[in-house]
Ligand binder design. Structure first.
Ligand code: GLP
Length: 264
């Protein structure tokens, strides 16, 4: 995998990357894995802009979202269904039948998860899986301890994640659902390519563990080191604990408007 530290806007960087991969791929339909979270809002705005300006279309894209809270209706403003329609699907031309988001209100949650895995296989797997990182290094909702071969399943959220996400629930952790459906780390690692975004000092510990720590299920993000085509794209704040050597290299390249790329 590679780590990219950039001074450019992460959302624009990521949207341009998705557009290039889609444009240059001979595979149609192109299958995208999609995340939620504050970090990727600008990416969705940029993708919506590309579609509006005729530079990209979602007509030949199939998407699978990473995760969804258990128990929230699609109309709930904090559900990931609502988020995706608000930030992306209402602005682009993806066919409704090509949009896949786990149903956190399914009567049989285990069957919902198993069917999701089957649906991904039926379209030939994910070409590019986008994602964010939790403060505790989680990927999708794969909390610390999740096996690297885990599949889509029901997950009990940790207090760290509940506290982090309570900012979207009136800053009240008791309003945050305690369970979610999430793709597994194995599901993510099956993708042909992965691009994960992390911004801000709250992600600096997870990035430190990724760069300097052991590969361990205690830091789910380290699973990406087992993938040949994974990229973690971060800003300077998320890189802030990586040490003066790396930060000096970054500052030198930044003056030339270049990113620092490290192979991990
Ligand atoms: C939630 C999502 C994750 C996402 C994380 C980061 O927990 N389930 O998939 O990576 O938020 O969110 P943010 O970008 O808001 O920090």
């Amino acid at each position: 995998m590679q780590l990219v530290i950039t001074s450019h806007n992460l959302g624009l960087w990521a949207a341009a990357h998705i557009c290039n991969r889609w444009k240059n791929s001979s595979k149609r339909p192109f299958v995208l894995g999609l995340p939620t979270g504050g970090t990727v809002e600008e990416m969705y705005a940029a993708l919506s802009g590309l579609v509006k300006n005729g530079k990209m279309t979602f007509k030949d894209i199939i998407s699978f979202n990473m995760d969804e809270y258990v128990g929230l209706s699609p109309e709930h403003p904090q559900s990931y269904h609502y988020y995706m329609h608000h930030h992306l699907f209402s602005h682009v031309d993806e066919k409704p039948e090509n949009i896949h988001i786990l149903n956190g209100q399914a009567a049989d949650l285990d069957a919902e998860c198993a069917n999701y895995e089957t649906a991904i296989k039926q379209v030939g797997g994910i070409d590019l899986f986008m994602g964010g990182i939790g403060r505790n290094g989680h990927l999708a909702f794969n909390e610390p301890g999740s096996a690297f071969d885990s599949r889509t399943r029901v997950i009990e959220l940790t207090q760290s994640t509940i506290d982090a996400n309570s900012r979207f629930f009136n800053n009240d952790p008791t309003q945050v659902p305690t369970r979610a459906l999430s793709i597994g780390i194995g599901t993510l690692l099956d993708a042909r390519e992965i691009l994960i975004l992390a911004a801000g000092a709250s992600k600096a510990e997870a990035i430190l563990q990724l760069v300097k720590g052991e590969v361990s299920t205690q830091w789910p993000v380290t699973a990406l080191k087992n993938h040949a085509h994974a990229t973690v794209l971060i800003d300077k704040e998320a890189a802030s604990r990586l040490g003066t050597d790396i930060l000096t290299q970054f500052d030198t390249l930044r003056k030339e408007d270049k990113d620092l790329v490290l192979s991990l």
